[in-house]
Design a protein around this ligand. Structure first.
Ligand SMILES: Nc1nc2c(ncn2[C@@H]2O[C@H](COP(=O)(O)OP(=O)(O)OP(=O)(O)O)[C@@H](O)[C@H]2O)c(=O)[nH]1
Ligand SMILES: [Mg+2]
Length: 693
């Protein structure tokens, strides 16, 4: 039987790396009785960090799903990775959740990834709850962390709890609604009166809570100002409404390994966070008419589901993890992948408890589940009823920011590498790979260095291929700043039939990001119609190969405005060659330049290192865009060329004694300064020479 939709809570746990998301999810599973023993990240025994690479590194690398039943409610817990390189998985997790639980560390407060995932949650209009976590740590301070949140995140944040005690002597939390203390006591939670020394604090914050809730509703506010108080039921109703609509973000405290704040968080999520029914219909595109189409969260509506994670394993095969939005997905039935327009057959379907599948017959709206061995389905695809095909909005994934060349350690392993990469890109939409015919290198591109390292390790473990990783090649691009008009002519007279193609091309720059524009301006048949596409093809091929230093040409407008032909000798190939010769010449005459990728860099480092961090970024041709001191930590935002940032990880580590962190993503392309460009061109030439020998 399908679950009662009003009793489902789909929550994604998001936040900066290492703040305790996986530990919190584990504690929730334990508190609800879904687990009889609690696992630990440090022992590699948690439910949601089950991948051997996660166990080895003690960090989450994948979004994983677990579920528990608590007070008649089904919780689907989506545990996302916090490390910047794997932010795509956090995004995917948020995409299918009905609410976000933002976890922040009680010592560090807001960190680089905190703001990022907060923004994502906002983009999906998700109600949010903030957990100030690890309140048992030395130097932790709930109120300082709260202040940092209020300063840095947009939204009306309001504590629903305050801690009882602090640092290692913290024993529980005060529930500011019930005005009771929830004290953790050897694995259980006891509800008690508020201890005397916490009373003052509790009263102050209770007042702020009532005020803040009242402010979300004009009628309530009027009543509050008149009577000086509001009743419990009215307050709860207003709170739930404000949380669901995003007008208020509750803040709570936790130290999950000590059992502090865990039950309280579950109760809060149960009462204040929306069910899939509350979230209402989803809007997609009708696959036939391309018109907007909505799907109600009704078990009898046409089925639609979104795949948000794919896991492939050489032994188990491919697993597709999805959320049902409408209708009912049944095991052992055919269904339709409307994104790829192919039929798929579902065998077993199940719920997920980390890596373990619990078979079920059917999954209704709002449920999260898994199916195995879909042929063509990838992350982001919509699965639906073929008679009512709909495509749900896809998931936006970051572009790869860093590339490495890889080559097999054992000769003859090329095929194995290509199979492995093919499978791995299927499961990871942020991993790209392609063979560069110019350099004859196999390039693997990912979000960051750790991402690519993990990919290489996985290749070895899962597919048994050992590869060598070579320094990344910067994806420079070429373009022009000036204009030129040139003739590209190819004429060859040998024995029999000759070759003849003649083109006149005008070459101009387009604005940054303009791509390529080809204009056919031939009048009076100077070049016959059927050869115009040949000219365009010649130009495009040449642009792909690059002219100045072998990098692809972009932001270019090429106008074909004249030419001539020969009745017998002109051919498709002759015009392609002529155009390519013309472009090569014209390009060099139009003030060619190199473009380089500029990255958005966000660094968080201990305040005392701020000067070093900024000085170092300046030395890397970086521009500082912003700097926010935040207690003991300073957050620096900068833009810097990718080529200068390749060694940043180790520099930052040694500058900050391992306490700094950074994230980086592609921003845009900019012209490479002339002296720098000369070096790149020279290196490209040398490489080409070396290949000849
Ligand atoms: N003192 C203390 N340590 C905690 C608490 N919660 C988690 N930890 C520790 O913090 C470390 C990181 O915890 P994780 O649960 O892996 O954090 P995470 O947010 O899932 O990390 P990523 O998934 O890598 O982003 C582990 O060593 C945990 O044992 C807490 O409440 N108090
Ligand atoms: Mg984790």
């Amino acid at each position: 039987m399908a679950l009662d939709i009003t009793k489902i809570r789909n929550v994604a746990f998001v936040g900066h790396g290492g703040v305790g998301k996986t530990t919190l999810v584990e504690a929730i599973l334990f508190a609800s009785g879904a687990l009889s023993r609690i696992g630990r990240v440090d022992d590699g025994t948690t439910t949601t960090d089950f991948d051997p690479d996660e166990i080895k590194r003690k960090i989450s690398l994948n979004t994983a799903v677990a579920f528990c039943d608590y007070k008649g409610h089904r919780f689907n817990l989506i545990d996302t990775p916090g490390y910047g390189d794997f932010v795509a998985d956090a995004r995917a997790g948020l995409r299918v959740a009905d609410a976000a639980i933002l976890v922040v560390d009680a010592v560090a407060g807001v960190q680089v990834q905190t703001e990022k995932v907060w923004k994502f949650a906002g983009e999906y209009s998700l109600p949010r709850v903030i957990v100030i976590n690890r309140i048992d740590r030395e130097r932790s301070d709930f109120f300082r962390a709260l202040e940092s949140l209020q300063k840095r995140l947009k939204g009306r944040l309001c504590p629903l709890q305050v801690p009882v005690g602090s640092e290692s002597s913290v024993t529980g939390v005060v529930d500011l609604i019930a005005m009771k203390a929830l004290i953790a006591d050897s694995g259980k939670v006891k509800e008690t009166d508020i201890p005397g020394d916490a009373m003052e604090l509790a009263k102050t914050w209770r007042e702020k809570l009532v005020e803040t809730v009242a402010e979300t509703d004009d009628e309530l506010l009027a009543k509050y100002l008149e009577e000086g108080a509001i009743g419990e039921p009215e307050m709860l109703a207003a709170l739930r409404k404000a949380v669901t609509e995003g007008g208020l973000v509750p803040v709570v405290a936790a130290a999950p390994p000590k059992g502090i704040g865990v039950h309280a968080l579950l109760d809060l999520a149960m009462k204040e966070l929306p069910s899939p029914a509350d979230r209402g219909a989803v809007t997609g595109t009708d696959a036939k008419s391309k018109a907007e189409a909505t799907r109600e969260p009704d078990p009898k509506a046409p089925m639609s589901a979104l795949v948000f994670k794919t896991v492939s394993d050489p032994h188990v095969g491919k697993l597709s993890i999805f959320r049902v939005y409408s209708g009912t997905l049944k095991a052992d039935t055919p269904l339709y992948n409307s994104t790829r327009e192919t039929r798929e057959r579902v065998g077993h379907a199940g719920w997920l408890q980390g890596k373990t599948q619990k078979p079920v017959e059917a999954l209704g709206p709002g449920e999260i589940g898994v199916v195995a061995k879909l042929k063509d389905t990838l992350t982001g695809d919509t699965l639906c009823d073929e008679a009512h095909p709909v495509v749900l909005p896809a998931i936006a994934f970051p572009e790869p920011a860093i590339s490495f060349a890889i080559q097999p350690k054992t000769r003859g392993d090329e095929d194995k590498i290509s199979t492995a990469l093919h499978r791995m890109t299927e499961e990871d939409p942020t991993l790209h790979h392609h063979f560069d015919p110019e350099t004859k290198q196999l390039l693997v591109s990912g979000v960051g260095q750790l991402h690519v390292e993990v990919v290489v390790e996985r290749m070895k473990r899962k597919y048994n291929v050992d590869v060598q990783v070579l320094p990344p090649r910067i994806p420079y691009k070429e373009t022009v700043k000036g204009r030129s008009e040139v003739q590209g002519k190819y004429k060859k007279q040998t024995g029999g039939r000759g070759q003849y193609g003649d083109t006149w091309l005008k070459i101009e720059p387009l604005q940054r990001g303009g791509g390529f524009e080809f204009v056919d301006d031939i009048f009076g048949g100077a070049i016959p119609r059927n050869f115009i596409p040949s000219v365009e093809k010649g130009v495009r091929d040449c642009m792909k190969r690059g002219i100045l230093a072998g990098y692809p040409v972009v932001d270019l407008k090429v106008t074909l405005y004249d030419g001539s032909y020969h009745d017998v000798d002109s051919s498709d190939m002759a015009f392609q060659i002529a155009a390519s010769m013309g472009l090569q010449k014209g390009f060099m005459e139009a003030r060619p330049i190199l473009l380089e990728p500029i990255m958005n860099v966000e660094v968080s480092a201990p305040s005392e290192n701020a000067g070093d961090v900024i000085g170092d970024l300046n030395g890397r041709r970086g521009r500082i865009v912003g700097m926010e001191p935040d207690g003991e930590v300073v957050n620096v935002r900068a833009q810097a060329p990718m080529s200068e940032m390749l060694t940043y990880e180790s520099t930052l580590r040694s500058m900050t004694g391992g306490r700094g962190g950074y994230s980086m993503e592609f921003s845009h392309y900019e012209e490479v300064p002339a002296h720098q460009a000369e070096k790149v061109v020279a290196a490209a030439k040398a490489e080409k020479e070396a290949e000849k020998h």
